[in-house]
Design a protein around this ligand. Structure first.
Ligand code: TMO
Length: 314
């Protein structure tokens, strides 16, 4: 529109100044918006998707590999600008702890509901390898079906990397009275979960793994085990005995509190961004099924789904 600098005349300039301070958007800072990357596919692809959206608006971005729990403190102190996949079950506590200290803001919620839970490929149920699933109590009678060479004769729960949510699952196994029958093993990375799904299918072997939705596995048939319902405070970290499942949760977006001031246009777009179960499943599948790199997956997703994001930039 106009800038204060181009305005001549002291009285007009004064009027303009008062007016522009509250109503005319200032340009975004050219300093990079720092976006974290973690260790599961949709998060990394979405980092490049959101970075690509910011770049399309003229912003500079930088990608920072980060631990998925420590990232909230990094955002709080301004080392990282955003976290675009705040999964309630794994990260809700770290997010709210950082918010309570000051410096992190809630920038809204994606439309996708989430679940992060132990489960089985649906064919395990169809084949009757553990009758009574998905009710968790069925596990008491079929641990033998889940024995692996490294599980010491107990049924194995293949958990994700310990960085996601610490001892949540070993604690749950004990709290549910399953400790004599099951042992939790941590996967080195998400790829080890998908490799186990593939080999179990090939071998016709039952397996229990940690998984989540939205994910590429939504399309293939994966059934989450139904544990005793999550309630606020049921986990040991929140004072409970830990004998509960994961929440049917939200997926939020976090930001450093200065982001709306330093990059008002990018922040406005970010605050409007809302990805669906379909969007996020596609982002994961482009890497985990189609084997694209995260960057190429993001480029393809942005090119193929302009209708899903261009309106955020306007
Ligand atoms: C945070 N995660 C989606 C891996 O559960």
């Amino acid at each position: 529109m106009f800038s204060i600098k181009k305005t001549t005349g002291a009285i007009i300039a004064g009027t303009m100044l008062a007016f522009s301070a509250s109503t005319v958007a200032v340009a975004d800072s050219s300093s990079p918006i720092k976006i974290p990357t973690h260790n599961w596919s949709s998060q990394v692809v979405m980092a490049y998707v959101i970075g690509g959206i910011f770049e399309s608006m003229g912003n500079n971005v930088e990608y920072v590999p980060a631990d998925s729990q420590a990232v909230y403190e990094a955002i709080r102190i301004g080392d990282i600008t955003i976290s675009h996949e705040v999964w309630q079950s794994s990260f809700g506590k770290s997010f709210y702890n950082a918010m309570a200290k000051g410096g992190v803001i809630d920038a809204g919620t994606h439309s996708a509901p989430t679940l992060e839970e132990m489960g089985v490929p649906t064919w395990v149920i169809d084949k009757g390898l553990c009758p009574g699933l998905p009710n968790w109590e069925a596990l008491k009678n079929c641990s033998a079906a889940f024995v692996t060479p490294d599980s010491g004769g107990k049924g194995r729960w293949l958990e994700g990397p310990q960085s996601w949510h610490g001892d949540l699952m070993p604690t749950r196994v004990k709290a549910l009275g399953l400790g004599d029958k099951y042992v939790v093993k941590f996967a080195g990375g998400a790829d080890a979960l998908w490799a186990d799904l593939a080999s179990a299918k090939k071998e016709g072997r039952a397996t229990i793994i940690f998984n989540w939705t939205p994910n590429f596995t939504d399309a293939e048939g994966f059934t989450f085990i139904e544990f005793p319902e999550y309630t606020d405070g049921c986990r040991t970290a929140d004072g409970g005995d830990g004998s509960c499942g994961s929440p049917k949760g939200w997926l939020k977006k976090a930001a450093n509190y200065k982001f709306p001031k330093t990059h008002p246009k990018a922040y406005t777009a970010y605050s409007k961004m809302s990805f669906s179960t379909t969007d996020i499943g596609q982002m994961a599948a482009l890497v985990d099924i189609d084997k694209l790199s995260h960057q190429d997956a993001a480029k393809k997703w942005l090119a193929d789904h302009k209708d899903r994001w261009e309106h955020y930039t306007k």
